[in-house]
Design a binder for this molecule. Sequence first.
Ligand code: ACO
Length: 320
Amino acid sequence: MSFYIAGTGSALPEKVVSNDDLAQFLDTSDEWIFTRTGIHRRHVLTHERLDELAIRSAQIALQDAGIGGEEVDLILCATMRGDTFTPSLACTVGEAVGSHAPSFDVNAACVGVLYCMEIADSFFVAGKAKTALIVSAEAMSKLVDWTDRSTCVLFGDGAGAMVVRAGEGRLAGELSTRPDSHVIRMPNIEGLNSPYNRIEQEKLAMYMDGGEVYKFAVNAMGSNIAEACAQAGLTPADIDWYLPHQANVRIIDASLRKFKIDKSKVLLNIAECGNMSATSVMVLLDEYAKKGTFHKGDKLLFVAFGGGLTSGAVIVTWQK
Ligand code: ACO
């Protein structure tokens, strides 16, 4: 016994920043950003806290599933950094929705939601959970260097959630890592004012070798799709909907090209949201679920890559 998706939710910051807005203070243009990535706009935190968005998305997902927080017996939150190191974002969400369930954050960069789905699967298989709340929230705008046009234009902020309940919806899950601490690096704030710490502080903002990430992403997503499909006894053509990490339209196209998939099966919202790290696939899921895109029995494949370097693919059947 594993799980099925019983409810979804999402919450985005109010402020929308267009490529033209960025061109006001960066040497860039809508033409460059859109043709290289497929991004036109992204949402950026201003007056909101990240945990407010996480809580709102969780409440919407619980309402969608028709349950209260007290029925949840596991909370997982995919994030690279919440508003506080402790309590974790998962605990903060649990407090707001009235749950005393075991709660913890998972950092697998952009693949975090897929890692959470696989951790939840283990709890369901072990009989340790009947209902889990998976949340994702990322404040990328607080992590990037806003003077670095090669990285800051790619990202956006947001939160999303799904309620998963005991059932037979999960068909396969494939997670992998190619450890590499140089290709994508986002240092923590360390040491603060410890009189004992003499280690020089790393440059705080994100560093990324875009070309190397691109090559890794195309290879990793391609092989994770093939492996997850093989695990489920399916071919890539049997999948009804692809929900890929929204990092770059060119990466998505290149990683799916060899499978000759009908492009109308590949769901996108990158033009409006940019790359929201782990949260991307969650917001994508909620957006298309609410549009009524999925029908009972449809096979959904989530696929993502990110810092670490991590990657993975999960296949579920839609049962709502
Ligand atoms: N506007 C205008 N010009 C720019 C910009 C910009 N925003 N950014 C870079 N350029 C310039 C570069 O300086 C370079 O100029 P030069 O030729 O004079 O040196 C030129 O544009 C070409 O740059 P490239 O890096 O070759 O551009 P490319 O076509 O490879 O696209 C991109 C760059 C979009 C970053 C691409 O490599 C990419 O998407 N990589 C993957 C990144 C990614 O998906 N990361 C997600 C994971 S991160 C995470 O997990 C948290």
